[in-house]
Design a protein. Sequence first.
Length: 251
Amino acid sequence: MTDATIPTLAANATLALFLDADGTLIELASTPDAVVVPASLKSLLKDLAERLDGALALVSGRSISTLDSLFAPTKVAAAGIHGCERREVDGTLHRPQIDATSFAAAREELAAWASRHPGTLLEDKGYALALHYRQAPALESAAFDATGKALQRLAGMHELQRGKFVFEIRPTGYSKGSAIEAFMHERPFRGRTPVFIGDDVTDEAGFVVVNQLGGISIRVGDVAATAAKHHLANVSAVRAWLNTLQINGQP
């Protein structure tokens, strides 16, 4: 990173805010279903979205339907499965086309593998498959081999993405960066300064795009190798910083 000082910003018509979920807005948990989204965070996001005239989007590895469930009743623009699916502010949905038969075969193969390896978990996202090994870190190499083998069934239509204690098979040609770029061509994001906050290698494509657009890229936690220009220490620091946007956005 070239600069650890984040500029003073306000939630107003000049800003477009893009936020990762797990490890950024909410603490990581032992399994995807174990995360907790406090009511105060939901309220904060709702308020910021209103102040930004809707120019706030969740950009996550989770599916949009899962994001809606986690953050209910707050509902904002969103990109799910690392940009593979995207919902505009007006509700328009963009989703990838996949080979359902090949995908089902890959899912069955990985589900059988996970059932034989305690501590691993297969998450079916509809268009992507995430093999988690957070509770069995010694199985990292074996999990990598298993996802690579399953990927061969998908004939180049999917690719392998590494994350924090997870290997994910997702449709080829999508990223958080491509999702942010698409949002920035649409109202109400168009013409604003983009800000993206994320914590994982899957967020790096987003940082690159935001940097190219002259925006503000913020990495949470580990910053050993990142394209982000700024840093926040942890989830608590992210929430505290978002609250400063709310304060600075007061009339």
